[in-house]
Design a binder for this molecule. Structure first.
Ligand SMILES: NC(=O)c1ccc[n+]([C@@H]2O[C@H](COP(=O)([O-])OP(=O)(O)OC[C@H]3O[C@@H](n4cnc5c(N)ncnc54)[C@H](O)[C@@H]3O)[C@@H](O)[C@H]2O)c1
Length: 464
């Protein structure tokens, strides 16, 4: 049976507030599986909006998959991607004619405007150029985070989007995940009374750290973005979003402690495949991760024919960064990072990003005067101090068909859907992560990094 048919609205009393929610199932007396209702602002669209994807890697594919699944909402009509394998694959999936296939983003803008929107999923340092050009030419933009690694460039994009009256949706996808949507709604409705402080924890998971921030695209902060933005701009953004007050001060500490040359074990070699003596006992072995477990192999551009995977993976481990020893990279991203933030009205927050965990999924504790919340993205437990009553909410992104394909707690595709609506109706109110809304958490990230480097508390100024 289609679970959507089971949806019914019931009122749950939390913290003296009646919360109406779409409950899918009562799991126990005070435990409910719930879905957030479809965005009430959504209206039917006459025809699908069209978009050109710049960067057909991991994220370009996420939004491309949304288009493939919902062709009546989004159609990809062009692609710019220098890696032939990815360009070919993307063009085939979306039936993009050769005339609309480009090697680099600049080529797209040599043509007169030929779509409603541009999806910018290029590497971090290639967001500003295409975004400014797209806005000048009258495109709306779906812009991957971070907006840009430079505060000035972030502000330039904001300014130009206002001047041109165009929509820029920043891919702060957690704002669309039902778990965080409900957390924000409950706080706003007073479920825990006046909010005092927040503790937020981002466990990266040690193998994910090694993959992305030691060996992978973001291993060098100067060539990509400092990790507080590259990984944790989502977290600073969510903290700010749920507290819903402006940030005033921030202080940060942390460094690269483990993934350094001096920690390379005796017997280790430049690559895991070079006869490393400790490879079998190393938790970061590339052979274990990519070859044996076949984890995170999307970056290796494997052919469709699975019978060739073993051979191609081994070749990639011998020739790309993904096979290199984690202790011998040119990496500089901190592997543990803590920040404390003071918001208006003396609400405080602490945030901790940790590489060395066996698990992932953000953990959050909200402390209010009348109650608290504890959650780990799979459930949110709300306790009312006045009654002692506990309510457990278990999120499901049932309002998006094909949720299985949508990452970030369902947020990826829910953002894509709101973006389609915003462009179709030329109404940025459909989005919760417009550039205006998103910029403050980026400024918090820039200030945190400055604080970490200068060893001092930074005042956050929103106006230039
Ligand atoms: N919202 C999120 O949760 C989230 C998650 C991961 C990554 N990101 C961000 O999304 C962006 C893309 O990350 P990714 O993981 O997809 O990386 P990726 O490396 O998989 O994809 C980027 C693609 O851009 C292509 N590219 C490079 N130069 C180009 C050019 N001149 N013109 C066109 N394309 C070019 C690359 O070849 C690559 O295929 C980054 O800014 C990243 O920080 C966001």
């Amino acid at each position: 049976m289609n679970r959507r048919k089971l949806l019914k609205s019931i009122g749950i009393s939390i913290g003296g507030t009646l919360i109406s929610t779409k409950v899918l199932a009562r799991l126990a007396d005070d435990s409910f599986e719930y879905a957030i209702p479809p965005n009430p602002l959504h209206q039917p669209i006459g025809k699908s909006i069209t978009a050109i994807t710049l960067g057909a890697g991991n994220r370009g594919t996420v939004y491309g998959n949304f288009a493939a699944e919902f062709p009546n909402e989004l159609k990809i009509v062009g692609v710019a991607e220098p890696i032939k394998f990815r360009n070919d694959k993307y063009a085939k999936t979306h039936k993009i004619p050769d005339a609309n296939r480009f090697i680099t983003w600049e080529h797209v803008f040599e043509r007169p405007k030929f779509a409603d929107a541009i999806i910018i999923s290029t590497p971090d340092r290639l967001h500003y150029g295409p975004c400014m050009k797209a806005l000048e030419m009258g495109y709306d933009v779906l812009l991957e985070k971070p907006i840009s690694p430079s505060e000035k460039e972030c502000r330039d994009i904001l300014e130009l989007s206002k001047k041109k009256g165009r929509i820029v949706a920043v891919c702060h996808v957690l704002r669309y995940a039902p778990y965080f949507v409900k957390m924000k709604e409950l706080i706003a409705k007073g479920a825990v009374g006046e909010i005092m402080s927040v503790q937020h924890f981002e466990p990266i998971e040690h193998t994910h750290m090694a993959h992305s921030y030691v060996r992978g695209n973001w291993h060098n902060s100067k060539e990509s973005t400092p990790i507080i933005l590259a990984k944790s701009c989502h977290d600073l953004d969510i903290i700010k979003w749920v507290i819903n007050k402006s940030s005033k001060q921030i202080v940060a500490m942390g460094d690269l402690k483990w993934f350094r040359k001096e920690n390379a074990p005796a017997g280790s070699t430049a690559r895991c495949t070079d006869g490393c003596k400790v490879e079998r006992e190393c938790p970061y072995s590339a052979i274990k991760q990519y070859y044996e477990k076949r984890e995170r192999t999307a970056v290796l551009d494997l052919p469709e024919d699975k019978s060739k995977h073993a051979e191609v993976i081994m070749e990639r481990l011998k020739t790309t960064n993904y096979g290199r020893c984690v202790y011998r990279m040119e990496n500089d991203q901190p592997d543990h990072y803590i920040t404390s933030i003071r918001f208006a009205d003396n609400v405080t927050a602490s945030f901790s990003m940790e590489a060395f965990t066996s698990y992932h999924d953000r953990r959050t504790r909200i402390m209010g005067a009348m109650g608290d919340m504890v959650g780990d993205m799979t459930e949110l437990v709300i306790t009312d101090f006045r009654t002692g009553k506990q309510t457990k909410l278990v999120p499901k992104a049932e309002d998006v068909e094909g949720y299985k394909n949508s990452g970030h707690g369902g947020g990826d595709w829910l953002l894509a859907r709101d973006f389609v609506q915003a462009v179709a109706h030329q109404d940025s109110k459909m989005l919760t992560s417009t550039i205006d809304e998103s910029i403050e958490s980026h400024i918090m990230g820039f200030m945190a990094e400055e604080s970490r480097k200068k060893n001092s508390v930074m005042n956050i100024k929103m106006k230039a």
